[in-house]
Design a protein around this ligand. Structure first.
Ligand code: MN3
Length: 246
């Protein structure tokens, strides 16, 4: 680090101990105040990206009790979802670094991380909003019209959604999606977060069946969790997602 930069950081109140912490904070500052000649002198500097933030839950942690317990909500949101946000930021940073350094020797790994953590972040963000303490019941408006059109009626849709979600192999999701290419709803399974999709499908309702979503309360009884979650589905949110696409 140049003396000039050290002086600059001192001026803005970042002392020498903070500088020793290293990692993201310092690299962000480096990238932002690297201009002109210094940029040429340090061609390998790159921005550590923190584009993605963990969104807060749209309700209290204990408000989905007794269907989803408060301990599961804390672990699931604060640890698991936070981990996907962190992993996505890291993957975006590392592909940016690969571009800057023109070194793509690890690109396969980071592209896989982009797919896994990016999809994990997207699906969890939808999952929280899909649920509500005031949820349950049945959908209305264009959502029930689209369900009736594709599945015949709500009960048939629900039977397929539950069967597809329960039978996800290993960790994954049941997904009700709108497929704009075909102009209709479809039910898909996702293994992990990113496998077994149709390109273009827009998730409207997602049910997380990774064990971390239910194991504390339901243990190995995935089907019981999937059945009960229908009592807290926020159909207004699911309908809003369809309205925004159509
Ligand atoms: Mn999860």
């Amino acid at each position: 680090m140049s003396k000039k930069r050290r002086d600059f950081l001192k001026q803005i109140g970042i002392g020498s101990s903070a500088l020793l912490v290293g990692s993201a904070i310092n690299k962000n500052l480096f990238a932002q105040d690297t201009v002109g000649k210094e940029q040429k002198a340090k061609p390998k500097e790159y921005m550590v990206r923190e584009n993605h933030k963990l969104p807060p839950l749209p309700y209290a942690y204990d408000s989905l009790e007794p269907i989803i317990d408060v301990e599961t909500m804390h672990l699931h949101h604060d640890k698991h979802h936070a981990g996907y946000v962190k992993g996505l930021n890291k993957a975006e940073s590392m592909v940016a670094k690969a571009r800057t350094e023109n070194d793509y020797s690890l690109i396969k790994h980071w592209e896989r991380e982009l797919a896994f953590h990016g999809s994990g972040h997207i699906l969890h963000t939808i999952y929280w909003e899909n649920l509500s303490p005031q949820g349950g019941g049945t959908p209305d408006g264009i959502l029930i019209d689209a369900i009736n059109s594709e599945f015949g009626n709500f009960d048939t849709f629900k039977a397929q959604m539950i069967a597809a979600t329960n039978s996800v192999e290993g960790s994954g999701w049941g997904v009700l999606a709108y497929q704009p290419v075909f102009g209709k709803l479809t039910i898909l399974q996702a293994e992990k977060h990113q496998n077994l999709t149709q390109w273009g499908a827009m998730p409207l309702l997602v049910i997380d069946v990774w064990e971390h979503a239910y194991y504390l309360k339901y243990m190995n009884k995935r089907a019981e969790y999937v059945n009960k979650i229908f009592d807290i589905i926020n159909w207004k949110d699911v309908k809003k997602r369809l309205e925004q696409i159509m």
